[in-house]
Design a protein around this ligand. Structure first.
Ligand code: NAP
Length: 264
C-alpha cells in the first residue's frame, strides 16, 4: 500500500484526506492519505522517519511550511517563495510549493487569461505563492498588505512587482484584471479587505479563503459582475498538483473536487 499524508499542527479538520482518498478510489490505487501532528522539535525526525518508512509524499501545512524548507531539497520555486507545502520522497526528499500552481490552475480552470495587471492582497504564505506564480505568468503584480514593509520585502523579490498599503486598493484596482485575496480576512467572518467601490466587472477575483465558501469579497465582486473563484478551487488544484507530482498520473480533478466540496 502507498502512504501519502499531511503534516501540520493542527491537522484535525483538514480537507485533504477525503480529496486525495477519493482520487485513490477512482483510480483503484492501493493507497491511503494520513494526517500527522509532530511537534516542531521533532519535525526533522518526522521527515526522516517518513522517508525511512517509504511514505511516498507529504503535504505540509501551518505552522511547518517554512521550517520544512531547510529540511529537504527545495525546487527553485519553493525556494523563491520561501515555503514548502509538498514533499516528494522518491529519491532524496524534495520540497515543492503547489499553492502557486493552485492559484494559476484555479484561474485557468475558469478560463481567465493571465495577462495585464494583478493585485495580490496579503504578503504571508498565500500572498507569496500568488505573487510569484502570477509574476512567472508574465503578469505585473501589485502587492497590497496591511504591514507595508512585508509587501516591500516581497515586491523586492518578485519580478515586476510593486508594494502598497491597503489604502491604495481603490486606485490599484481601477486598472487591474485580476485580484487575489491572500489575507485571512473573511475567514469565519463577514469581513473583506477590499472596498466594495473598488470592485468592477472587468475583474477576475480569487479568494484564497474557503471558510465560508462564499466570502463577502466574492459576494460583492459577483454583485458588480466580476468573475469569482472561491478558495476551494485553489485548495483543489494545490492538491491536484501534489497528486500528479507524487504519482506521475493525471489527477481525477472532478472526483477530487466533488469530494472536497462534500467535506466543506
Ligand atoms: P499568513 O502567512 O499568516 O498571512 C496572513 C496575511 O493576512 C498577511 O498578509 C496579514 O497581513 C493579513 N492579515 C491578517 N489579518 C489581517 C487584517 N485584520 N487586516 C488586513 N490584513 C490582515 O497566512 P497565509 O498562510 O498566507 O493564509 C492566508 C489565507 O489564505 C488564510 O485564510 C488561509 O486559510 C488561506 N489559504 C488558502 C489556501 C487555499 O488553497 N485556498 C492556501 C493557503 C492559504 P500582515 O502581514 O499585515 O500581518
Amino acid at each position: 500500500m502507498d502512504v501519502f499524508g499531511l503534516i501540520g499542527n493542527p491537522v484535525g479538520h483538514s480537507l485533504s484526506p477525503p480529496m486525495h482518498e477519493a482520487a485513490y478510489d477512482a483510480l483503484e490505487m492501493d493507497a491511503r492519505y494520513v494526517t500527522f501532528e509532530p511537534s516542531r522539535d521533532s519535525l526533522g525526525l518526522a521527515l526522516d522517519g517518513a522517508s525511512a518508512l517509504g511514505v511516498r509524499g507529504l503535504n505540509v501545512t501551518i505552522p511547518f511550511k517554512e521550517d520544512v524548507l531547510a529540511l529537504v531539497d527545495p525546487d527553485p520555486l519553493a525556494e523563491r517563495i520561501g515555503a514548502v507545502n509538498t514533499v516528494d520522497f522518491s529519491g532524496e526528499p524534495t520540497g515543492h510549493n503547489t499553492d502557486a500552481a493552485g492559484v494559476i490552475r484555479a484561474f485557468e480552470h475558469h478560463d481567465v487569461s493571465l495577462s495585464g495587471t494583478a493585485v495580490v492582497v496579503g504578503a504571508g504564505g498565500a500572498g507569496r505563492a500568488a505573487a510569484f506564480a502570477l509574476a512567472d505568468e508574465g503578469v505585473d503584480v501589485h502587492i497590497a498588505n496591511r504591514t507595508v514593509s512585508r509587501a516591500e520585502t516581497l515586491a523586492d523579490a518578485v519580478p515586476n512587482a510593486s508594494a502598497h498599503g491597503l489604502d491604495a486598493l481603490d486606485s490599484l484596482l481601477a486598472d487591474a484584471d485580476v485580484l487575489v485575496n491572500a489575507t485571512s480576512v473573511g475567514m469565519e467572518s463577514d469581513e473583506t479587505p477590499v472596498p466594495k467601490a473598488a470592485l468592477h466587472a472587468d475583474l477576475a477575483v480569487l479568494d484564497a479563503v474557503y471558510d465560508p465558501i462564499e466570502t463577502r469579497l466574492l459576494r460583492e465582486a459577483s454583485a458588480v459582475g466580476a468573475r469569482t473563484i472561491d478558495g476551494a478551487w485553489m485548495l483543489l488544484f494545490q492538491g491536484v498538483e501534489a497528486f500528479e507530482l507524487w504519482t506521475d498520473r493525471d489527477a481525477p480533478v472532478d472526483v477530487m473536487n466533488e469530494a472536497l466540496r462534500a467535506s466543506l
